[in-house]
Design a protein around this ligand. Structure first.
Ligand code: C2E
Ligand code: CA
Ligand code: CA
Length: 287
């Protein structure tokens, strides 16, 4: 039923056609893009809600495409996952952001109020099941002279739903070495909360959809109750709570009152070049 007819109507839609071509074009351009160094990383600060200090940053990859300009990860990460290029690309992101963390530490580590800056790196499910993950990570950290506890790997809740022990083993090993594991987009994956105990995670990253419910002041009472419940549960399991997508001071204040530990969002800073973080951390250190 879903054959020629569907195809014909797709061809009749020039925009869909252009999108498909772009998708195909982007997919085939990915490997050379990595060789040519067309990817770059922007960093978004992670701010302690209690004292407002910058504690680290999340690394977010972008592609400076020679024809299409800067492309966000949503445009090409799914393609890279599909083709397997995500493994070398993810390794590059890890290497580059750990090198950056090293540079921050050398230049500003002693001067921040909260000590050395930490680096958060996203890990896709394909990287998780790739056998080289632990060894690659160890080597990258050692080569850069960065301690494992300066690194946090972010894994989405949906990637770990129903994960068997084979998938969790590398994460456990990394956690034992001192690498923090954060459960990204938490609250969107309908995971069994009791399941949390089984996972080697130390941080919950509350999805942006929860933060959006705090945009008005006072916030939606149901949203408040849900976040309050998650924070209480997380803390009772010794997990720290990071909130993403904080866009206003009112949101930050309510999330602070609810007991969230760390925040990230446009209210503090948009993702930007590494020099921006130098500035933010320095401003923070000098008051
Ligand atoms: P994510 O891990 O949930 O990252 C947070 C996203 O929210 C980022 O989008 C960030 O720019 C955006 N954001 C930050 N603050 C705010 C805010 O206050 N309001 C709003 N509306 N958005 C905010 P970005 O950079 O487009 O990244 C999208 C996704 O791509 C990421 O979602 C992550 O899942 C993935 N990604 C990014 N870099 C990498 C990478 O190196 N490897 C892998 N596997 N995935 C990556
Ligand atoms: Ca993330
Ligand atoms: Ca997220």
């Amino acid at each position: 039923a879903k054959s020629a007819g569907g195809n014909r109507s797709e061809l009749a839609d020039p925009e869909a056609d252009a999108r498909a071509i772009t998708r195909h074009g982007l997919t085939t351009a990915l490997p050379t893009a990595l060789e040519r160094g067309e990817f770059f990383i922007e960093y978004q600060p992670l701010v302690h809600l209690g004292d407002g200090s910058v504690r680290g940053a999340e690394a977010l990859v972008r592609w400076l495409h020679p024809q299409h300009g800067v492309l966000g990860p949503d445009r090409f990460i799914p393609l890279a996952e599909h083709t397997g290029l995500i493994v070398p690309l993810g390794r590059w992101v890890l290497e580059e952001s750990i090198r950056q963390a090293r540079e921050w530490r050398e230049r500003y580590g002693e001067q921040t109020t909260a000590g050395p800056l930490r680096i958060n790196v996203n890990l896709s499910p394909c990287q998780l099941s790739h056998p080289g993950l632990v060894q690659d990570t160890v080597e990258i950290l050692e080569r850069a002279g960065v301690a494992p506890d300066a690194l946090c790997l972010e894994v989405t809740e949906s990637a770990l739903i129903g994960a068997d022990d084979d998938l969790l083993k590398p994460l456990r090993r990394l956690a034992e070495m001192g690498v923090d594991i954060a459960l990204d987009d938490f609250g969107t994956g309908y995971s069994n909360l009791a399941n949390l105990r089984r996972l080697p995670v130390s941080i919950l990253k509350l999805d942006r959809s929860f933060t959006q419910g705090m945009q008005q002041f006072p916030a939606d009472p149901v949203d408040l109750k849900i976040v309050e419940g998650i924070v209480t549960l997380a803390h009772s399991l010794d997990l720290a709570v990071t909130v993403e997508g904080v866009e206003t001071g009112a949101q930050a204040e309510q999330l602070r009152i609810l007991g969230c530990d760390t925040a990230q969002g446009w209210y503090y800073a948009r993702p930007g070049p590494p020099e921006r973080l130098h500035e933010l951390a320095l401003v923070d250190a000098t008051g």
